[in-house]
Write a protein that binds this ligand. Structure first.
Ligand code: FMN
Length: 127
């Protein structure tokens, strides 16, 4: 199990947006979310929670295959050789529309129909 901490946490705290990939019968499916939405819900070491407004295809994919990948990056965080770092975050995920986490998300984002709950399993620095 990997944890969101150190340099990876710095990137998550600075990222403007998050790219999210799930796997469908027809191949990869890419959607987005905002970095400030991720931060508003609090980044835990092993869990990321994002608001679900639409994510219908993402939800369909996750029902069949719970694997998910996130790409976060920021120029403001130092990479190994130069300014700018990004992380590929791999894990499992589900969309919940009821329960404590969904209620928290709906309170923070009244337009949300639920929460995308990601359990972090691996992080890989990109730069
Ligand atoms: C920067 C960015 C932020 C987004 N934020 C959200 C969001 O918070 N919730 C959401 O459901 N869709 C968000 N979207 C739209 C999704 O990428 C996607 O187009 C939409 O939810 C439909 O998902 P689906 O193809 O899985 O049905 C965002 C897109 C971008 C580019």
């Amino acid at each position: 199990m990997a944890r969101i901490e150190g340099n990876c946490l710095e990137v998550c705290e600075a990222a403007e947006f998050v790219a999210i990939v799930t796997h469908g019968d027809d191949g990869p499916h890419v959607v987005g979310n905002w970095g400030d939405y991720m931060r508003k819900l609090g980044i835990e070491a092993d869990t990321i929670v994002l608001p679900v407004g639409i994510y219908r295809k993402t939800e369909e994919n996750l029902r069949k295959n719970g694997r998910i990948q996130l790409l976060v990056a920021s120029r403001k965080v130092q990479g190994t050789r130069s300014p700018g770092q990004g992380y590929l975050i791999t894990g499992s995920a589900k969309i919940v529309s009821t329960g404590e986490v969904a209620d928290t998300v709906k309170a923070a984002f009244p337009w949300a129909r639920g929460a995308l709950v990601i359990t972090v399993e691996d992080i890989q620095a990109q730069l």
